[in-house]
Design a protein around this ligand. Sequence first.
Ligand code: ATP
Length: 533
Amino acid sequence: MKMDQLVSLCKRRGYLFQSSEIYGGLNGFWDYGPLGVELKRNVKEAWWRDMITAHDDLDTQPGAPGAYEMVGLDSTIIMHPQIWKCSGHYDLFHDYMVDCRESKKRYRHDQLRGRWVTAKGKTIFVTTQAEDEQDDIQRHALKFFNLRNKNAEQLQWDGDVVSLTSVDDLTQVLGPDAKELGTLTDPREFNLMFKTIVGALGNDDDAAFLRPETAQGIFVNFKNILDSTRVRVPFGIAQIGKSFRNEITPRNFTFRSREFEQMEIEFFCHPDSSREWYQYWRDRRFQWYLDLGLDRERLQLRDHDPDELSHYSTGTGDIEYAFPFLPAGEYGELEGVAHRGDFDLRSHMEGKLDPSTDPLEVELNEHGQPKWRGSGKDLTYRDDLSGEKYTPHVIEPSAGADRATLAFLCEAFTEDEAPDEKGKLQTRTVLRLHPRLAPIKAAIFPLVKKDGMPELAKQIYRALKPHFNVFYDEKGAVGRRYRRQDEAGTPYCITVDGQTVEDNTVTIRDRDSLEQSRVRLEDCVDEMRQKLT
Ligand code: ATP
């Protein structure tokens, strides 16, 4: 599948629109249309239900070291600025970027990729941002050296395509949109948090930040939840909500946006069993994507190398998907599952911990006090049965609702052949979404707009609507109505035809197999319930 096919289907059928489109759009922001909003809601609802409301608190789940409880939370987007100082985001949450003096464009340092090449006695590093990396690099190099395509053999390549971060001397680098060498500046830090001012008379001292992750809202409510519920460690707190990151190069459709939604769990457990819980959550979350239809072949669980780990983490595994916009063999992160130790609770108790040295050491200012003061509140846990007091360890499965939605869309997009009304095979575009995720569960059609068929079809529609999101359509040829529903990912179409009037049965067409079965009109609701739940 080509990504632009999916992008155009999403626009055409009302899944996704560029934000502020009539004003020329705003880079890194996306709106979900009538079908998109249902799909994304279904993704979030599946997550909430599977992780929280339908979770069995009493029994040990397969693969888990014991039973555990799950509760939810909805915290604010703007929180006390000190939270971001103690979490490390204020000091550490940045990307490096380079500017091009010639094109005036800005790029993320680690995302520019290029290759060394020599021609006409000169060696340079040619960079690209294009998906077809090697082809683009070659085109760019030929232009730079003033060579024609037929002289491409004069380019002597050295090594593979690698990140710009491997290059020390930027004077030898040809920027992706530059004609001259050495126009890229040295990398500069750029904090990814959006800043705002709280209060009408506020000045810079009243600066606050839009949260770059939902997780911190959970940590700072840890004590509230312990005190107001009867949860005992091990337990998890879950939250779904918007997060904001001023990404330098938002791209790949919704994959890297500046406003997006996260689905995060902070799971609190005893330090002694934290490794087992970490294993459990990696596997549990991986399986969730498989259960909702992602193909095992395109999904991978990649453990971070020790040098890739965040300062506080003793283990992180990324659940990654082979998105079609990535080069073959490359995967993009859907979710990170991290073992965060007691870093977060301790930071919010004591102040910001110094990650560059011992993660357990508090970073001090020139007066010997913690650089960023914590809340000073006791965020330890006391086990009422054993009497033991400790700071729980945290396992964090952190997923992106938009990235998951995009992966399900990519996986679902299929082109196959189906017979039209005259029995002739035609290419059809179909979104094979899992029925739990499909925006519309069934479409109801009268074959023609007469002979009592619309009345019967509306009767079915009204019987189903309180239970499922169903859609009624009587306009145009029935074949075309089927195609529209295939593109919308609707798993079933129910059609009232001439036979219905005679024997009170309707056809149910299956989106994927194209098989049609007849059921009695009054069994429609039960039949759909069976198929969809
Ligand atoms: P990346 O390396 O791709 O920037 P990350 O490792 O910074 O991602 P986390 O901080 O672990 O991401 O955030 C958890 C999840 O939130 C990610 O796995 C992803 O699904 C989602 N996410 C993070 N940044 C974005 C973004 N800019 N747009 C959409 N989703 C995002």
